[in-house]
Design a protein around this ligand. Structure first.
Ligand SMILES: [Zn+2]
Ligand SMILES: [Zn+2]
Length: 295
């Protein structure tokens, strides 16, 4: 049994006054000792909450108490590590920074269930699977045969779609962590003339909990203190990346601790410690280094 869980959720829904909601939400979370990250915008809500069974259940009931969130879907991943140690609730322009301001959510692609995706693979269906995440996420893990765009921000999605134009008549499947990016990513593709686009319902999170050790290769990058979630038990499917320094297979990566560099590098635990969390000797000896607390 795992001690804790992380619950992830999002919903695109019109919120009249996100500022007011933010204040009430933050107060409630602080009073109840919750940890996590929640974003609110006029277009909806997204977030991840960390805690034990009781605390996360309490949060779910609280959020579902709002009429607009009563049907929200919580994706749960069990964990033994602390995913968040603080509580943030913030108001943003978009719940995921996409820059796709003119993309209409009603153009979003139909959803493929994990079972349906599994069947695509087993039937060897002719389809193109595209990772809608960033390079440092797909480097750690991806779906078998997926196209993994080398982007560092979701705002670069239009560039990715342009590079895929030869597949306009093919069956396309897009995926991201929990599905939130694909709502817009898939809508944008259809607006650009892609004829048969699907998105995975509930994203990778939903797939790997149901079908680990199948077509997901490697770990899953998570935007919290854990950094990586390992869904597979089959060693052949565990790693897709190698340590930047020694080449050993690993799923872990760090931000270079030279604040002026901040580059993301894949590094095993031993090398990370040896290199003092830095990408190069130059960064290691720089003045502007982030402090590391060894527990
Ligand atoms: Zn190493
Ligand atoms: Zn560096």
């Amino acid at each position: 049994m795992h001690q804790y869980k992380v619950i992830s959720f999002y919903k695109y829904v019109k919120i009249e006054d996100p500022e007011v909601l933010m204040k009430g939400h933050l107060n409630w979370c602080l009073e109840n000792g919750l940890k996590g990250k929640v974003y609110l915008a006029k277009e909806g809500i997204s977030g991840s909450i960390f805690g034990d069974d009781e605390l996360t259940r309490k949060y779910k009931n609280y959020l579902k108490g709002y009429k607009i969130f009563e049907d929200i879907w919580f994706k749960e991943t069990p964990t033994d590590s602390v995913a968040f140690s603080k509580m943030h609730v913030r108001v943003k322009e978009e719940i995921v920074n996409s820059g796709l301001r003119s993309t209409k959510l009603e153009h979003t692609a139909p959803k493929l269930t994990p079972e349906q995706l599994l069947k695509f693979y087993e039937d060897k269906k002719d389809f193109v699977i595209v990772d809608a995440r960033n390079w440092y996420e797909s480097k750690i893990g991806k779906f078998k045969n997926a196209i993994t765009p080398q982007i560092t921000h979701f705002r670069e999605w239009p560039k990715v779609v342009e590079s895929l134009s030869e597949y306009k008549d093919k069956t396309i499947v897009t995926y991201c962590t929990g599905g939130i990016r694909c709502e817009k990513a898939s809508a944008y593709m259809r607006e650009q003339g892609f004829k048969d686009v699907y998105q995975i319902d509930g994203g990778i999170l939903n797939y790997i909990l149901q079908f680990p050790d199948t077509y997901w290769e490697g770990g899953m990058f998570v935007f919290d203190d854990r950094r990586v979630f390992e869904p597979n038990t089959n060693a052949e499917l565990m790693f897709t990346a190698n340590c930047h320094f020694c080449g050993k297979p690993t799923s872990y990566h760090i931000n270079c601790h030279n604040i002026d560099c901040d580059k993301i590098i894949v590094s095993c635990h031993d090398c990370k410690v040896e290199k003092e969390y830095c990408c190069s000797d130059e960064c290691r000896t720089s003045k502007n280094k982030r402090k590391v607390y060894h527990g």
